[in-house]
Design a protein around this ligand. Structure first.
Ligand code: URA
Length: 210
């Protein structure tokens, strides 16, 4: 069975996403909007985190109060565009551990090539959230999740801003255990592997490199 795709289409997200798609939106605003959307997506992607209780005393009475259970989360950013979603996720979960996987897309084959990898210890006991704004062919995220599974990760979620149907099918067939959280699913990929209508190259839009 394929993992679920959750489209987090809260009106605030839709509004902010429209501003991001507009080619006239400057980089600084684009980054800020991505950070804000990331908070809202992250809230949904982490809705089922397990809880335990801790005995505390409020100023008025003792109580057993809910608190997150288990080891700290891992956020894994696929460089470089993943860092845009990472910022908002760290606002939401400041104590999370952070991993990075550096990939670039070979322009001929559209296949990912790894140039950097750093993951925290204890991956088998931690929930991991892989972040990359654009789920296009899905090859980069599948490659990154392969690396996480090699490190022993079991509870893995993927969070993006925009997804193409082709990327969703690819990820669902190669990693059917990984749920996908996205703000929208667009029409298709073009011949260069870009999402249409999309928002262009997320890294370039974030950092003003084009
Ligand atoms: N990566 C991007 O940044 N944009 C796309 O449309 C596809 C992949």
């Amino acid at each position: 069975m394929s993992a679920e795709v959750t489209i987090v289409d809260h009106p605030l997200i839709q509004h902010k996403l429209t501003l991001m798609r507009d080619k006239n939106t400057p980089s600084a605003v684009f980054r800020q909007l991505l950070r804000e959307i990331s908070l809202l997506l992250g809230y949904e992607a982490l809705h089922d985190l397990p809880l335990t209780t801790r005995h505390i005393e409020t100023p008025l009475a003792p109580m057993d109060a809910p608190i997150l259970k288990g080891k700290k989360l891992v956020l894994v950013s696929i460089l470089r565009a993943g860092n845009g979603l990472l910022e908002g996720m760290l606002d939401l979960v400041p104590s999370a551990r952070v991993g990075f996987i550096g990939l670039y897309r070979d322009p001929e084959t559209l296949r990912p090539v790894e140039y950097y990898k750093k993951l925290p210890e204890g991956m088998p006991e931690r929930t991991s959230v892989v972040v990359d704004p654009m789920l296009a062919t899905g090859n980069s995220v599948c490659f990154a999740i392969d690396r996480l599974k090699e490190a022993g990760a079991r509870d893995i979620r993927f969070m993006c801003l925009l997804a193409a149907p082709e990327g969703i099918s690819n990820l669902q067939s190669r990693h059917p255990d990984v749920p996908i959280f996205t703000a929208a699913v667009d029409e298709r990929l073009n011949d260069h592997g870009y999402i249409v209508p999309g928002l262009g190259d997320a890294g370039d839009r974030m950092y003003g490199t084009k």
